[in-house]
Design a protein around this ligand. Structure first.
Ligand code: SF4
Ligand code: MG
Length: 327
């Protein structure tokens, strides 16, 4: 399949204030991430809060400026683009945020909110065309014409997320980066919004990057998944492979905490000690070594390389280096 997005060794570092003179100090929110997203797929990015998954999503849209690395969209390098040049990119990549209420201007009617990107990008002929386009977008996301003149506070959380999605769709993007789009919603509403996203993807040939901490939600919607820990992927692969046969000790621990419906195949809960360390002074070697139940001596000083354990299934862990294999 064609590659729509290619991210190459992307880093997003924030300088830490109060660092001693002559010695720069950084929070390494995203610390050298590489991956590809193919046209028409849903690439899920999952990890605990603070792992850098939101920063990664925002950096791809250039809402955060990458410190290093490269981003290619449809073969075009967009890494160094300024705001003016980003305008054409913003027509191709849109973001849907976690908290629809915070991302919608409370003083604007739904009509104005959805019309705004059409106006910014001059994507309508006349007022009648603008109105038709806005109403079509509202219908697409399951809202009605009479909703157009209402304000965000008059809607439920799920409806507000529908408004956010309609606004994102207005420019006819190719790629939507959704950052925790359902985590603020009740579970029953989550399913409705996920189904809507699935339908829209099919109808409009969209590609998604779906960022979330909830493993079940990511499993439901994704084709491929990347598991993040402290600014890096630790495992990337097809959703089915990751969920049925997790290979990285961190993924294994995360998944062991998800209840599975099959009582015949109980999963042993792997408890990790401690919490996710700070991205300011991450552990040396494998960043997961301070919590890993399988930590070896080499893990404490040498960052693991990427190993392909199965077709398209990548794990960043010394256990998969032949030299460490015991069988
Ligand atoms: Fe654990 Fe070592 Fe693998 Fe890191 S590299 S996940 S510490 S076994
Ligand atoms: Mg986040």
């Amino acid at each position: 399949k064609d590659v729509l997005l290619k991210v190459d060794d992307l880093k997003v570092y924030y300088p830490v204030s109060g660092a001693s003179i002559g010695k720069k100090d950084y929070v390494k929110a995203v610390d050298g991430v590489s991956f590809e997203v193919r046209k028409g797929e849903v690439f899920g990015i999952v990890g605990e809060s603070g792992c850098g998954k939101s920063t990664l999503g925002r950096a791809i849209c250039k809402l955060e400026q990458p410190t290093a690395g490269k981003i290619f969209l449809d073969g075009e390098e967009i890494t160094g683009y300024n705001n003016k040049k980003m305008r054409s990119v913003r027509k191709k990549v849109q973001m849907v945020f976690q908290d629809p209420y915070a991302s919608l201007n409370p003083r604007m009617s739904v009509f104005s909110i959805v019309a705004e990107p059409l106006k910014v990008h001059k994507l309508y002929k006349d007022q009648a065309d603008l109105e038709k386009k806005v109403i079509d977008l509202l219908h697409r996301v399951g809202l009605d014409t009479y909703h157009a003149n209402r304000y965000p506070h008059e809607f439920s959380g799920g409806q507000r997320q529908r408004i956010g999605i309609a606004r994102a769709l207005a420019v006819e993007p190719q790629l939507i980066i959704a950052d925790e789009p359902v985590s603020a919603l009740d579970v029953s509403i989550q399913a409705q919004v996920l189904n809507l996203l699935n339908e829209l993807k099919k109808d409009l040939n969209l590609t998604y990057i779906f960022v979330a901490h909830d493993l079940s939600v990511v499993e439901y919607i994704s084709d491929r998944v990347g598991v993040m820990y402290l600014g890096n992927f630790v495992e990337v692969g097809d959703k089915d492979k990751i969920y049925s046969n997790p290979m990285h000790p961190y993924t294994q621990a995360l998944l062991s905490a998800v209840p599975i419906p099959d009582p015949e195949a109980p999963r042993e809960r792997i408890l990790l000690s401690g919490s996710i360390p700070s991205a300011h002074k991450p552990p040396a070697g494998c960043k997961f070594h301070t919590r890993c139940p399988k930590c070896m001596e080499c893990c404490k000083s040498i960052p693991p390389e990427r190993y392909e354990v199965d077709e398209g299934h990548y794990v960043y862990c010394h256990l998969y280096d032949d030299r460490n294999k015991t069988v």
